[in-house]
Design a protein around this ligand. Structure first.
Ligand SMILES: Nc1nc2c(c(=O)[nH]1)N[C@H]1C(S)=C(S)[C@@H](COP(=O)(O)O)O[C@H]1N2
Ligand SMILES: [Mo]
Length: 368
């Protein structure tokens, strides 16, 4: 029997003990995370970068694509892909993370894409600096927001919409923001925004508008669904809430040893193991990672690799652990240059956004 789903489902929290439902599974089967063993790569290999798409992936060819820039500007522009590629290109290594990362571990669980901790990836993005395009269009005095529109269209909580997000004009003109047409040296894959996307280093994923087709400079604050309704930090449904912006610090670990197929529990042998992983923050560079092998009771500094001037990319860390027979809970915690770190108790909000609770990795140390 065909089931017709309600197309105006409001946001909701799971009931106590309620398992992941068919609605969450249908999102989890389309969107996918980074397998945590892929934290070993500086640059996430093709296909292993996380993916999140609210609606459908548009079918798009370079030949038909054009980016329009208009609104509160002196000279509205229309640029095809060849014109965009004729600007001096910039390549930046950026770690991107979904604002909902960690959501499915929260209690109560906000019902949405049920990420555990794997909604992250790092890519080299190549494109035109947004400031160069805005300078050519000539942003007029009084501009407040730059509104970015994708070619994808859908309904969310009863509101039919194109995917749209805005940045404050001061952020939009920062030097690191890119209108990107290549990922890791190749044209963007369809799921990552082919042929054009915005890249906003340091900001959670929702700001990096894929399938970018229009930029409108607005003289009043943008109040679209993804700005004013979604992506706000709220405890109660009716409060305005603070907007979700930059990525809070987080460290993740490559799960050590080998996994049990169903539970994903880890098994290691007694003796020395190199624990390793990555750490990042969208606010300020990561300056320390600490590791605990006793579920957060005691902490020890991990070694941090050089950042190689990739300000917007994660940094590798490692730590030698001597495993003894028994069960252990491993944790890693990042701290950034502005003193932000990760909490040991869940930072809860109704959307499950910007939650950077310390990762806990249960490990069984057994003989062969
Ligand atoms: N047009 C459009 N852009 C979008 C989205 C979308 O659904 N449509 N999802 C956003 C969200 S929530 C995230 S986390 C990132 C994911 O980017 P990725 O799939 O390339 O990793 O894209 C953002 N840009
Ligand atoms: Mo996201």
């Amino acid at each position: 029997m065909v089931r017709f789903e309600d197309i105006s489902t409001p946001a909701r929290l799971a009931e106590p003990g309620e398992g992941i439902g068919r609605d969450e599974l249908s999102l989890a089967a389309r969107n996918h995370g980074l397998p945590l063993e892929a934290l070993r790569y500086d640059l996430t290999p093709p296909g292993l970068h996380y993916v999140l798409t609210h609606y459908d992936i548009p079918y798009a060819e370079d030949a038909d694509w054009a980016l329009t820039i208009g609104g509160h500007v002196e000279r509205p522009l229309r640029l095809d892909m060849d014109e965009l590629r004729s600007y001096p290109a910039v390549t930046t290594r950026v770690t991107m993370e979904c604002a909902g990362n960690g959501r499915a571990l929260l209690s109560p669980r906000p019902v949405s894409q049920p990420w555990l901790v794997e909604a992250v990836g790092t890519a080299d993005w190549t494109g035109v600096p947004l400031w160069a395009l805005l300078a050519e269009a000539g942003v007029r005095d009084g501009a407040v927001d730059a509104v970015f529109t994708g070619a994808d269209h859908g309904i969310e909580r009863g509101v039919e919409q194109d995917y749209q997000r805005a940045l404050p004009i001061e952020t939009a003109t920062a030097e690191e923001i890119l209108v990107a047409y290549a990922m890791n040296g190749a044209p963007l894959p369809p799921q990552h925004g082919r042929p054009l996307r915005l890249v906003v280093p340091g900001w959670y994923g929702m700001a990096h508008v894929k399938w970018l087709r229009d930029i409108t400079i607005a003289a009043a604050p943008f109040t679209g669904f993804q700005q004013a309704t979604a992506y706000r930090l709220r405890q109660e449904p009716d409060e305005p809430g603070e907007p979700v912006t930059r990525i809070a610090p987080r460290a993740l670990m490559v799960p050590p040893g080998f996994p049990d197929f169903m539970s994903r529990a880890r098994v290691v042998r007694p003796g020395d193991h190199t624990l390793e992983g990555r750490a990042w923050s969208g606010h300020a560079p990561v300056t320390a990672v600490d590791v605990s092998t006793d579920d957060g009771r005691t902490w020890h500094p991990a070694a941090l690799d050089a950042s190689d001037d990739h300000r917007w990319a994660w940094r590798r860390w490692h730590f030698t652990w001597t495993a003894a027979l028994g069960t252990h809970v491993l944790c890693a915690r990042a701290t950034d240059a502005e003193g932000r770190t990760q909490p040991l108790t869940q930072p809860w909000n109704r959307g499950g956004f910007a939650n950077n609770l310390v990762q806990r990795v249960p490990v069984h140390c057994t003989g062969p």
